[in-house]
Design a protein around this ligand. Sequence first.
Ligand code: UT7
Length: 330
Amino acid sequence: MSNISAKIIGAGFGVPEKILTNKDLEKLVDTSDEWIKSRTGMSERHIADANTATSDLATIAALRALETAKISAEELDVIIVGTVTGDMFFPSTACFVQNNIKAVKAAAFDLSAACSGFIYGLSVAKAMIAAGEAKTILVIGADCLSKLTDWTDRNTCVLFGDGAGAVILQATEEAAGILSTYIFSDASKTHLLQVPGGGSRKPFSEEVLKDKSNYIKMEGNEIFKNAVKGMERAIDSALAKAGLKYEDVSLVIPHQANIRIIESIAKRMKLPAEKVFINLDKYGNTSSASIPIAISEAYATGRLKKGDILVITAFGGGLTMGASVIRWSI
Ligand code: UT7
């Protein structure tokens, strides 16, 4: 095995200006601030306007990550964007970002793993660095799920927000950075969370418009149960791969999907509240952006310090799941 590791040298995020509160949602569907807060932990989320696409938010996140890393875009060898809401079917959102930030040397591509997109991207980037294929990689999680949301469906429209988060990974020979990643999928459950229409299975048509199959369809309860089990398995596997235990963990950043899912994971790991990062009250579930937004905030607010052991974990449509153990090194 190669002795080249990948460490995070910068992080940043971007969210749209417009805020949609629970009270605003009360005007759209039969729901209440009280229901949303108690069942999900969410209070507000940021929503992209008609002129904003995923690459616009990803570009803001990328530029902020470059700034904190103190490197120029020309130093990037690869750009990976985890997204399921690309600007277009093609070109990739990563290509739009590459052009916006002038990363002239980079190869750019998207990766589709729904809410787990960032962790899958991190896993690919780590492997590319370990194999000597690249030295510096920009990994972005970016989604505008509001564009796939049926604003008359109270089961889904209260949950999601838009945003992008980015980190920059760089090759290092120190025993630092990404200590392990673990990703897996359970494709027997593709039906639990999907956008059935508008793709090659059922291309966009009048029928799609009528049956609203171009919007998110979700079996919330089943996703909930699978999320808890899946993230527990992912955390245990990633920690075992890194040779570490629950007691070694300084901070856990779980996918920000539901406060009750997060609490259940924290309870099992016997983690005190200060070791669990939560920002879903402000952003809702931002899909693949949720973890890199939280990493950027945790770093900016001093919740992550050099040497800390950070565990991140996510789940999403697919079903896809994963976790990573990181020795924070900036
Ligand atoms: O990143 C992956 C994306 N997906 C997820 O993370 C979803 C994971 N699942 C969840 O977070 C939860 O399952 C939900 C928040 C979606 C739902 O919470 P729940 O405690 O599982 O509620 P439920 O689905 O069992 O619904 C309970 C009741 C139902 O009414 P009845 O049938 O008992 O009369 C729903 O119709 O709550 C109703 N309900 C609502 N009521 C007010 C569902 N959505 C709403 C709403 N406002 N927005």
